[in-house]
Ligand binder design. Structure first.
Ligand code: 13P
Ligand code: SF4
Length: 303
């Protein structure tokens, strides 16, 4: 059954001039059929660099929106329209306006995990792969970092010359990973190194051996000569970790390190979108124009 589905997906993808982009957190079989799999920064570049007219995004909504904003001439479809990152909504326009009025010399730095509307009020976007470099290069002294407080605090420590204003957004999936969990797992596997995503809490980050984006974690595990690693991020990353690191062992800190939104995506849904062309991302021109500026600025500074 699965093979029939995969064959149909491949056929339709070619016939209808689609590229399939997938994040590391989606189910293994989706990563397997995707043309490009990567972290949010890589995927936003892949959306621009691909030559296909249509993009099918296997990830959460902000990723599809960013692809559309950067490439308005392409049609972008979501494998599941309900796959949405809750953190992307954890800041509102009124709050941004308030902070803008309270500070001179302010840059609104917006994690790519945010809605298109929030991006229109932002000066520059960042992902966990490029945030430190970008914030360091901004001329403004005051940085309002939205929506993720954990990533904001992680960056602030590395850019002490800036004054950070934090927002109280967070990722519910990473927030579930506690320092106690990590310590318990480390006791069970004392030789393992702890690799964490910067969306984890400050307490977890403070006992981590490496902190980085999903692709940063994979690269570190691949290049390091240690054989065991404790992984503090969503468990979809294990697929790529195991494929890239034969002979190495990876441990979760809890049973369910799962982003329910990412896991909504199935082969059946991918096939349905390719067949019926539903779930298209539609954004008005004004939003695209305004949200494109901070995304382009990110690409410009990060390259
Ligand atoms: P990356 O950009 O590191 O892949 O992270 C995206 C994300 O949603 C983490 O929860
Ligand atoms: Fe959003 Fe967290 Fe899921 Fe990443 S893991 S998409 S930040 S809810």
């Amino acid at each position: 059954m699965t093979n029939i589905l995969i064959d149909k997906i491949k056929e339709l993808k070619k016939d209808k001039n689609f590229v399939i982009l997938s994040h590391f957190y989606v189910n293994d079989e989706i990563q397997e059929i995707a043309d490009f799999v990567g972290d949010s920064y890589y995927l936003s570049k892949a959306a621009t660099n691909c030559t296909e007219k249509n993009i099918l995004f296997c990830g959460v909504r902000f990723m599809g929106e960013s692809a559309k904003i950067l490439n308005p001439e392409k049609r972008v479809f979501m494998a599941d329209m309900n796959a949405d990152c809750p953190m992307a909504h954890m800041v509102d326009v009124e709050k941004i306006k308030e902070v803008k009025e309270s500070y001179d010399d302010l840059a609104v730095v917006c994690y790519i995990n945010s809605t298109a509307l929030i991006k229109t009020y932002s000066d520059v976007c960042v992902t966990s792969a490029n945030a430190v470099k970008i914030v360091k290069e901004l001329k403004e002294k005051n940085i309002y970092f939205i929506p993720d407080s954990n990533l904001g605090k992680f960056i602030a420590k590395q850019v002490p010359e800036k004054n950070f204003i934090f927002n109280d957004g967070y990722c519910p999936v990473h927030a579930e990973i506690t320092a106690e969990d990590v310590i318990k797992t480390k006791k069970a596997y004392p030789n393992a190194l702890v690799l964490s995503h910067p969306e984890c809490t400050e307490e977890v980050l403070s006992i981590s051996d490496y902190i980085g984006s999903t692709s940063g974690i994979i690269k570190f595990a691949k290049e390091h000569n240690n054989k065991e690693f404790i992984i503090c991020t969503e468990n979809g990353i294990f697929y790529e970790l195991k494929n890239n690191c034969p002979g190495k062992t990876f441990f979760e800190v809890k049973e369910k390190q799962i982003c329910p939104d990412m896991k909504l995506i199935t082969l059946e849904k991918v096939l349905d979108v390719l067949t019926n062309l539903n779930n298209e991302i539609i954004l008005d021109n004004e939003t695209i124009k305004a949200a494109k500026k901070p995304l382009l600025r990110m690409h410009e500074i990060a390259k």
